[in-house]
Design a protein around this ligand. Structure first.
Ligand code: AMP
Ligand code: ZN
Length: 473
């Protein structure tokens, strides 16, 4: 089976060959931990989790090393710490913000069915490696000290721009560079900068300061994956300047032609044609989706499944309809695979689709055929392979009720949560108490139409009529 992966470096889908099959190495740029992650941030986490699972299958779980860093030094974090913990010393306030946010992130991505990467290093724990790389760059004539800063000397790297393939003018516009007086060239970027008393800082050969944005990934990939590795991933917005700068730093420091052999980038998750982002304010956090979005707490599995309906390199428009449809399909499949016999192998057509540059829509199409052909054990194996358990008890937080349910519950949304089912059940009990049998039956039929069965019984303690509900088998 040949794995073919699109490579941003070559702009081609190339057959994947690792440097060392006994240690396949992948690095993915992780979150900046200052606030809840939005569902756009979940896209690279889910996509590279699919790739991690596929590599483990192809090369053996113990032969794959996946590193996803945690960016815990950033000016957005400083601002957040000053806002939320004004009384605390700066380092303590920052620690609180980054630890809280990281814990939220870990819980969110676990709910989305993502395996833990092999390593999740934090930037602040790798300052010595960053300093070592900066020293090498200075020694090799690729960086210089100016006005308390250390800058990467872009014209010293003839291959600068090899990944982004943009002209100098385009790169200048894209990097939105500060034209600082201490820069020799406007493209030069910061490796180290001085910190004030209200900013986090570390001792360095260039005084008290902190790293620039890009150097951390060169340092952590070096530490855990060596000077050159197999796959480097992230969202498409990272190609320039972040990945171009990482590449320049690592190649110039270690004298290598490439930092990673494959560069992979996911497309944007969009809302009405625009990239979902914090700065545009058009975002929904993973946490909101899980707890309450349009009146529903959505199961992580449905969010993941909805995401896999698009090719990872193409944009996705995030809609309630898409999420709802994905959830409906999962519910139907979960019902079918419940209690089916022993485990089966993942069918070749599903693996082939994934090996074709992670073609998840094609893999899902193959799963629809497995369902149609009643090959339920293989359907379950396929779902599990892409990180979805497909169990109804994982999906019970949401049920699909149609517009009539909305009318009954008085809600505007056409969907209701388990809380709403509980509420309808109680309304029916109330109707029965008033001997309003027609209303009681209407509610029972409505719930039944959505796979919810009510059981009436006499409460042994109070002697009053009571009702329980469960999902139909
Ligand atoms: P950030 O916290 O902005 O550095 O983003 C973390 C990761 O999420 C990076 O790999 C980004 O490329 C990715 N990302 C951010 N917004 C989106 C989006 N709307 N769609 C897809 N990926 C995104
Ligand atoms: Zn990075």
């Amino acid at each position: 089976m040949t794995l073919r992966l699109y490579n941003t470096l070559t702009r081609r889908k190339d057959p994947f060959t690792p440097i060392e099959p006994a240690n396949v190495r992948m690095y993915v740029c992780g979150p900046t931990v200052y606030d809840f992650a939005h569902v756009g941030n979940a896209r690279p986490v889910i996509i590279f989790d699919i790739l991690f699972r596929l590599l483990r299958h192809l090369y053996g779980a113990e032969h794959v090393t996946y590193v996803r860093n945690i960016t815990d030094v950033d000016d957005k974090i400083n601002a957040r710490a000053a806002r939320d913990y004004p009384g605390l010393p700066v380092n303590e306030a920052i620690k609180k913000v980054t630890e809280e946010t990281n814990a939220q992130f870990q819980a969110d991505v676990a709910a989305l069915g993502c395996l833990e990467p092999t390593h999740q290093p934090r930037a602040t724990e790798h300052i010595p490696e960053m300093i070592a790389i900066i020293e090498r760059l200075i020694a090799r004539g690729h960086a210089y000290v100016a006005d308390g800063h250390v800058l990467f000397d872009v014209p010293s790297d003839p291959s600068y721009g090899a990944l982004a393939r943009r002209s100098r003018d385009e790169m200048l516009a894209g990097a939105r560079v500060d034209v600082a007086p201490y820069k020799r060239d406007p493209m030069d970027f910061v490796l180290w900068k001085p910190s004030s008393a209200s900013e986090p800082g570390w001792d360095s050969p260039w005084g008290w300061g902190r790293p620039g944005w890009h150097i951390e990934c060169s340092a952590m990939s070096w530490r855990y994956l060596d000077e050159q590795f197999d796959i480097h991933g992230g969202g498409i917005d990272l190609v320039f300047p972040h990945h171009e700068n990482e590449r320049a730093q690592s190649c110039c420091a270690f004298d290598k032609p490439v930092m990673a052999n494959w560069w992979m980038h996911n497309g944007f998750l969009q809302v009405e044609g625009q990239k979902m982002s914090k700065s545009l304010g058009n975002f929904v956090t993973i946490r909101e989706l899980r707890e309450n979005w349009q009146g529903i707490g959505w199961p992580g599995e449905a969010i993941r499944f909805a995401m896999l309906h698009s090719l990872y390199r193409e944009p996705i428009d995030w809609t309630l309809k898409g999420l709802d449809e994905a959830h409906k399909v999962l519910w139907k499949w979960a019902e079918a695979i419940e209690g089916v016999g022993p485990a089966e192998e993942v069918p070749q057509e599903v693996l082939d689709a994934l090996c074709d540059d992670l073609n998840t829509p094609k893999a899902i199409a193959a799963m629809h055929e497995l369902y149609r052909d009643k090959r339920f054990a293989e359907l379950r194996a396929s779902l599990n392979f892409v990180g979805i358990a497909g169990r109804r008890d994982r999906l019970t937080r949401v049920q699909h009720l149609d517009a009539s349910a909305a009318a009954v519950s008085g809600a505007t949304a056409a969907l209701v949560s388990a809380n709403e089912i509980e509420r309808l059940k109680n309304e029916r009990l109330e109707a029965r108490r008033h001997k309003n049998w027609a209303e009681a039956d209407r509610i029972r039929d409505l719930l039944a139409a959505h796979g919810i069965v009510l059981k009436d019984f006499k409460n042994p303690e109070t002697g009053e009529p009571d009702t329980s509900w469960e999902f139909a088998r």
